[in-house]
Design a protein around this ligand. Structure first.
Ligand code: AMP
Length: 182
């Protein structure tokens, strides 16, 4: 978990590869659906472009289906899910409890600069300036409170998210190995 632009996607891919498990990114799956103009993609295009969350029902259905595939049998890493309390409850109800929740801690101003840069180089249509601001508001209102829930369960691993990709990923694997006893 982490605010917009914290580098969740980049880190998720590297960390999942390190442990040999799939990284499941709801944001990339949604972006792919928008790009392919699937029925789901057409339904969520404007929400994503304005920085709103996709409705829980659609998100939960997608994640449940993905986690039921054979490559998830030995573990999984979720990137960008859960983002709302109902999404947390869905995982709980399915008996899917995370061993660890990685929280990337970053300064907001650093993140805004990083996101503007990323929007430029990747040409992501959901990353214009107004959308970026709105995404921070949505994150603060809907997703930040989830960290309290996971803190109470003792599963959160706080990671300083400022640094090079390699620095941050070393911090994550070191902290996870210590926590999970690898
Ligand atoms: P991300 O790449 O994780 O920042 O996700 C990009 C966009 O996809 C978000 O701004 C939301 O519109 C949508 N999205 C991704 N994951 C979720 C989720 N768990 N719940 C609702 N919307 C999501």
């Amino acid at each position: 978990m982490g605010p917009p632009g914290a580098g969740k996607g980049t880190q998720a891919t590297g960390i999942a590869a390190h442990y040999g498990i799939p990284a499941i990114s709801t944001g990339s799956i949604f972006r792919q659906n928008v790009a392919d103009q699937t029925p789901l993609g057409l339904q969520i295009k404007s929400l994503m472009e304005s920085g709103e969350y996709v409705p829980d029902a659609l998100t939960v259905e997608l994640v449940s289906e993905r986690l039921s595939r054979p490559d998830c049998a030995n573990g999984w890493l979720l990137d960008g899910f859960p983002r709302t309390l109902p999404q947390v409850m869905t995982l709980d109800d399915a008996g899917l409890f995370a061993d660890a929740v990685i929280s990337l801690v970053c300064d907001t101003e650093v993140l805004v600069a990083r996101m503007l840069h990323r929007a430029e180089v990747e040409g992501r249509p959901d990353d214009n300036e107004a959308t970026i601001r709105h995404r921070f508001e949505v994150y603060a209102a809907q997703t930040d409170p989830l960290l309290e829930v996971y803190h109470a369960r003792g599963v959160v691993v706080d990671i300083d998210g400022i640094g090079s990709v390699e620095e941050v990923s070393s911090r994550i694997t070191a902290a996870l190995d210590a926590k999970l006893g690898h």
